[in-house]
Design a protein around this ligand. Structure first.
Ligand code: FAD
Length: 454
């Protein structure tokens, strides 16, 4: 048996490793258009900001290490141009030699990822306008900064990557403005929770232009004039970070079903509509774990898990993907922002009758030095009491509280069951009544009518 995997980063590399662990004998080939495989996408902003010092830290594997460890052949700088589903071959271009060849497969896994959205507006192709997806994108930004010492930057889009880039550009000594079309940063937060983030970003010297979308970019003698819906900003560079769209042209051309947004459609086993072809990662449509509606939630955890599931099914095991919950976390200077499940906007859009509460709890026993408070907001289904989403903004200990809540949501917990969780406690780490328990206590008071919220 021979499996070809298109795309050698999160989903693709994960699929290859699992395939090999399940089968010593099959031939596995990864085709990767870029120069790197299995690189640390999520670490890219930190190399630009200087937190990650060595470029080598971004590459987790090389073709040689993948061969040595997994006996998987990795062909970097090899782009899949076409899939011939009748003949079961892939037409591939070796980008170094410019030669084109065909490679046959018994099974094919697509993990081509997503690409940054670039709106069709004047000036967007300027050399001073950047996007961030790959190591070459990162080096382009880093080299530009090292060579030109820009003093000012505009980041368009205040999502997770935009906010991370703003912090890292600031850390590189650049004066940063974030221009965001909506009324708040970090879309999975509700406005009330984002307000804390806004204040903190401003305190850290980041300028915010909220409700102010990008209209045009103009090159000037010394830099850029960035036109927003309201007003103009001069900047030396601009980072476009307004989201990504699935890289699904190859699949579409081969007759693989894609949805209206261009996401590849698969079943729970990650099978597409074409026999023996699987697809995983940012390129595929997923179900929202809570609402069961189809959605596009491009994250590394789901991509890795789906790669493993595709490999399981190819190897004769029966594995299914149960949906994406959208658990995500972000470091902003010393602040941590984490989200999971639905926010109010998405709960309303799905017509879920929900209730919510907030707590403001210390990260560990306040008599032990260094405790800081975190704001937690949680939503639950009013009828079933099932937890459906949470948002936390704070400093120390946000990550572990969110992971506990995310796990509780995954296991279908009621908000009142958070009262029962027995979590680790010693003064440097938490409190005898952990913030997650406190959330349960407060919610229980609301649910049982002891407290009326207004
Ligand atoms: P990718 O990892 O993007 O891999 C796709 C690969 O396919 C690419 O290398 C591409 O070159 C290759 N390819 C595409 N078409 C072809 C072709 N025709 N032939 C050959 N090769 C092809 N997620 C998180 O959960 N947490 C984070 O903190 C986080 N931070 C991020 C920060 C940044 C800057 C970026 C860009 C992403 C971040 N993500 C994060 C998202 C995460 O990286 C993606 O969800 C994940 O990498 C998706 O995996 P994938 O395998 O679908 O695609």
């Amino acid at each position: 048996m021979k499996t070809i995997i298109i795309g050698g980063v999160a989903g693709g590399a994960s699929a290859a490793a699992r395939l090999r662990r399940l089968d010593e004998n099959q031939e596995i080939i990864i085709l990767e258009r870029g120069e790197y495989i299995s690189f640390a996408n999520c670490g890219l902003p930190y190399y630009i900001g200087g937190e990650i010092k060595e470029k080598s830290a971004l590459t987790l594997q090389t073709p040689e290490s993948f061969m040595a460890r997994f006996n998987v052949e990795v062909r970097i700088l090899n782009e899949a141009l076409e899939i011939n589903t009748e003949r079961k071959t892939v037409t591939v271009k070796d980008l170094r030699s410019e030669t084109v060849y065909e490679e046959s497969y018994d099974r094919l896994i697509l993990s081509p990822g997503a690409k940054p959205i670039l709106p069709d507006i004047p000036g967007i192709n300027s050399d001073r306008v950047f996007t961030l997806r790959s190591i070459p994108d990162t080096l382009k930004i880093k080299n530009y900064i090292d060579k030109n010492s820009p003093r000012t930057a505009v980041v368009v889009g205040g999502g997770y990557i935009g906010a991370e880039m703003a912090e890292n550009l600031k850390n590189a000594g650049i004066d940063v403005t974030i221009a965001e079309l909506s009324d708040h940063l970090i879309a999975p937060l509700d406005f009330d929770m984002a307000a804390d983030v806004h204040r903190y970003m401003i305190d850290n010297g980041i300028k915010l232009e909220l409700n102010n979308g990008l209209k045009a970019v103009k090159e000037t003698e010394n830099g850029l004039t960035v036109s927003l819906d309201r007003g103009e900003i001069s900047a030396d560079m601009l980072i476009m970070s307004v989201g990504v769209r699935p890289e699904s042209e190859l699949a579409k051309k081969a007759g693989i079903t894609v949805n209206d947004r261009g996401s590849i459609v698969t079943d729970r086993s990650m099978r597409t509509n074409i026999k023996d072809i699987y697809a995983v990662g940012d390129a595929v449509q997923v179900r929202n774990f809570i609402t069961k509606e189809f959605t596009f939630t491009p994250l590394a955890g789901p991509a890795n898990k789906q790669g493993r599931i595709a490999a399981d099914n190819i190897s004769g095991l029966s594995s299914g993907y149960s949906g994406t919950q959208g658990s995500a976390i972000l470091k902003l200077f010393d602040m941590t922002v984490a989200t999971t499940g639905l926010n109010e906007k998405s709960a309303l859009a799905c017509g879920i009758e929900y209730d919510k509460t907030y707590i403001y709890s210390a990260s560990h026993a306040t008599y032990y030095p260094g405790a800081s408070n975190m704001s937690i907001k949680a939503l639950w289904d009013k009828n079933s009491l099932r937890l459906i989403g949470a948002q936390i903004v704070g400093f120390d200990g946000v990550d572990k509280r969110m992971d506990v809540i995310a796990a509780a949501i995954r296991l279908g917990a009621k908000v009142t069951q958070l009262t029962e969780l027995e979590l680790c406690y010693a003064p440097p780490f938490g409190s005898a009544k952990d913030p997650v328990n406190m959330l349960g206590f407060v919610a229980e008071n609301v649910v049982t009518g002891k407290v009326k919220q207004f």
